[in-house]
Design a protein around this ligand. Structure first.
Ligand code: NAD
Length: 332
């Protein structure tokens, strides 16, 4: 069985997913929709898919599944519309900016007996999977402290920031998902600090660009997340997990894994620049996992509930940053 895809939104992540579909056996890109003709045209030129409207893709008999890559504020309505039309849905994070609306979407998907996978690609990164497998094999004993470092090379444009829901819901949301995945327990308490250090324009939009978050589970396991919208040296993506019997880490990806030694010292090639190149393998693996789950009928590996939990943590972090108080998830 070949899963026939429609891609909704052909911007930064839409292009990444089109490439992922092309790399996955048993997946084919049939159609693309974008509000901007040139964006859709670029995907047609590259992959030979048809340009259609969103409504045409929803009604199409030759489309089995869609990947929603349009701006965040469109996700909830599109998920519901496509699930009701009988399409399997893969939606980019976040499901919505509002927790109540995200819950509603999950209920609609369940009522329709629909299929929804939420795009948290870091769980599919080969290094992070190997790290998780080592944890699951007991190589470092019990997980005690997780440290996640995520720094972007630069901030997105103001228009993107305005519709993104802010750094916690747009960027840290990936770290919240990885934290839940690696801690193996739900988070109970969130403490966050947030500042504008890289660009005052971000502050004028009501957002932050530099945040630190500490998560604590009921049994006392902790995760520290550090995020910045600026890293002059590239896309900084590292994980360290400290356990009762050792620790395990996943380091940054470089353009080449070499080190040059001269009389002036040691140098290494730059880091891969951003998510499009750093997580290429992860995006392909997550679409492969989506296709595999559709084929076998297995549960989706990342669900609407994962999307909801990460969003709840984002809201709690924002509340903590604004009030200076620790926020208990159970008290919210
Ligand atoms: N998982 C990840 O790593 C990751 C990375 C980037 C973005 N995202 C998510 O993907 C979504 C899109 O982000 P992006 O960076 O690709 O944004 P983008 O602005 O680059 O692309 C969005 C595209 O959607 C199109 N569009 C806007 N409104 C539309 C509509 N109503 N109908 C059809 N097309 C429409 C735009 O013309 C644009 O081409 C966001 O929700 C973001 O949170 C996820």
């Amino acid at each position: 069985m070949t899963v026939k895809f429609g891609v909704l939104g052909a911007g930064r992540i839409g292009q990444v997913h089109a490439r992922a579909i092309a790399s996955v056996p048993g997946a084919t890109l049939v159609a693309v929709a974008d509000a901007v003709e040139a964006a859709a045209q670029a995907l047609q030129d590259q992959y030979g898919c048809e340009i259609r409207t969103i409504d045409e893709i929803r009604e199409a008999d030759d489309v089995d599944a869609v990947i929603i890559c349009t701006p965040t504020d469109t996700h909830a309505d599109l998920i519901e519309a496509f699930v009701k039309a009988g399409k399997a849905v893969f939606c980019e994070k976040p499901v919505d900016l509002d927790v109540a609306r995200a819950r509603q979407v999950i209920e609609t998907v369940a009522a329709e007996n629909g299929t929804l996978m939420v795009g948290f690609q870091r769980r599919f990164d080969p290094d992070f999977r190997a790290l998780k497998a080592a944890i699951d094999e007991g190589r470092i004993g019990e997980v005690e402290m997780v440290t996640l470092t995520s720094r972007d090379p630069g901030a997105p444009p103001p228009a993107y920031i305005q519709s993104s829901g802010g750094i916690f819901r747009d960027m840290t949301i990936h770290d919240f998902d990885v934290a839940r995945w690696l801690l193996g327990e739900e988070v109970e308490t969130v403490i966050a600090q947030a500042s504008v250090l890289t660009d005052p324009e971000i502050g004028k939009l009501g957002d932050y660009d530099s945040v630190n978050v500490i998560l604590r589970t009921a049994s006392g396991k902790q995760c520290t997340i550090t995020n910045s919208r600026r890293a002059t040296y590239g896309y900084d993506q590292r994980i360290e997990v400290h356990g009762s019997a050792g620790s395990i880490s996943a380091m940054n990806h470089r353009e080449a894994n070499i080190e040059i030694a001269t009389g002036d010292g040691y140098t290494k090639p730059p880091l891969l620049n951003f998510f499009m190149s750093r997580y290429t393998a992860a995006y392909a693996a997550e679409i492969a996992a989506f296709v595999e789950a559709l084929r076998t009928g297995a549960p989706m590996p990342t669900t609407g509930l994962d999307g909801l939990r990460a969003l709840e943590l984002a809201d709690a972090a924002l509340q903590s940053a604004k009030t200076g108080q620790a926020v208990s998830l159970s008290a919210r």
